[in-house]
Design a protein around this ligand. Structure first.
Ligand SMILES: [Zn+2]
Length: 278
């Protein structure tokens, strides 16, 4: 059984519900900056419900990667996502990048995220590294904590099996070009984003061209969005045009990350790789 089935491409709509976490991880002093905090709080308060409505309009599945601190601060948002039938996955405890954490701190942060999700009734299947900055031990830790897939590494555009010291993990590769952060993020303090906010039509044009290429090449389209960015009205409507383009094409199937990982695991022809060491 091939992971892609009869489709030309599989598409994943994924949302990283970061909220205030990435800003507070830079410095706790930003907690005293109501403007910056409110910009981030828009995600769980307004963006998530609006995006859930869009998904419901087309009965599409999606995966929401939730940091532990977001689950602690907005349990009702997580419950709302779960009630709509969507997958909730692990996105770190505090949204610290494992890259520069020691092993004990990385392990503790991963476990904090698991505990926070457990308190809202979620046992996640998979994980996405905060800021896509894993350490060399991240993947071993994920398998040790019984996570089945990851969506961080960029050395492919199709799923593959990642071999770790503790067993295997399915990798569902994302890419910076399929991330709304680079199109939409702007904060003056703390200074974040490229400084240029793109029109939603430009962002969606970039994503649509990649999707069409992926339909030609039989790939896994992993779109990464943040509700505080992509939950804004014009951006939701642009995302709607992308969804309708994919549905009109007739050869794209939308799946959750967990479903893509499940199909990948059943495909014995999937490439198997270990993390390259340099
Ligand atoms: Zn994030």
């Amino acid at each position: 059984m091939s992971w892609i089935g009869d489709s030309a491409a599989l598409a994943i709509l994924s949302f990283d519900v970061d909220a205030e976490a990435p800003i507070l991880v830079e410095s706790r002093r930003h907690a005293q900056n109501p403007a910056a905090m409110s910009h981030q709080a828009y995600g769980p308060l307004v963006g998530v419900p609006r995006l859930l409505d869009l998904l419901a309009d087309y009965s599409l599945p999606a995966t929401f990667f939730v940091p532990g601190v977001t689950a602690e601060r907005y349990p009702e948002t997580v419950e709302r996502i779960a009630a709509a039938g969507h997958e909730i996955a692990h996105h770190g405890g505090t949204h610290r990048s494992p890259l520069h954490l020691g092993e004990a701190a990385e392990r503790a942060d991963l476990q904090r995220g698991l505990a926070a999700l457990e308190r809202v009734g979620v046992r996640p299947d998979g994980y996405r590294t905060p800021s896509w900055e894993p350490s060399e031990r991240t993947f071993d830790l994920l398998v040790e904590h019984r996570l089945r897939y990851d969506s961080t590494l960029m050395d492919d555009d199709r799923p593959y099996v990642l071999e770790t010291a503790h067993g295997t993990l399915v990798e569902l590769p994302p890419h910076w070009s399929l991330d709304d952060w680079n199109q939409y993020m702007y904060l003056p303090e703390p200074r974040s984003g490229s400084g240029t906010i793109q029109p939603p039509s430009r962002a969606v044009e970039l994503w649509r061209e990649e999707l069409d290429g992926m339909r030609r090449h039989g790939c896994l389209f992993v779109l990464t969005m943040h509700p505080f960015l992509s939950g804004r009205p014009g951006r939701v409507e642009a995302l709607r045009t992308l969804v309708e383009h994919a549905l009109d094409a007739g050869d794209v199937e939308f799946v959750s990350c967990a479903e893509a990982a499940r199909r990948a695991l059943e495909d014995t022809s999937l490439p198997r790789r270990a993390l390259r060491r340099y």
